[in-house]
Design a protein around this ligand. Sequence first.
Ligand code: 5RP
Length: 222
Amino acid sequence: MTQDELKQAVAQAAADYVANNTPAGSIIGVGTGSTANFFIDALAAIKDRYKGAVASSEATRKRLEGHGIAVFDLNDIADIPVYVDGADEIDAGLNMIKGGGGALTREKIVAAVARTFVCICDASKLVDVMGSFPLPVEVIPMARAHVARELAKLGGTPVLREGFVTDNGNVILDVEGLSITDPKGLEARINQITGVVTNGLFAVRPANVLLLGTAEGVRTIT
Ligand code: 5RP
């Protein structure tokens, strides 16, 4: 199976999970990225079951609306039963690195409201120790150099994502060379640096369910 076929399989499994675990008329939280895009396409086939969605990025909002799925402002929604999103890396504790697509802050906000986070990814994303994938950090532009110096003190090498501006008007520093043995501690530590909006570690609020695409089929890990 190709990587895209694995992504498609987990996306369909996530649409089935959502159908079996949320009441009709629910509003679904929807992530960002190529795997989330396959999920949006699978969700479109059963869209009449749902009231609509909350999007974690402008790209996702556009794709949902393109399928005729109503997109709600998070401020108008008190309950999101399930949030479905991909990851760049995930460990056995279902802690994740996210933000490869630069949507980490909005993803983290929607995930914070959701009761259940379903992570969908292919088997290449499951790792023992996170950090091979550079950790994205969203930064207020005027704080870029200060935050980069502070991140270097933590042992990483921050690299500016050239030519990229987030949906919130900020920049991304991708931190290379980290070996993340304490994801929750590092997430909190980086978020304390003045000028950081948030970082791509999802450990304080990890996933609840992982649907993992493997050559043998989709594995469900909780
Ligand atoms: C976007 C993300 C994505 O979930 C992550 O980058 C995975 O993307 P893909 O499904 O394309 O591999 O965090 O900000």
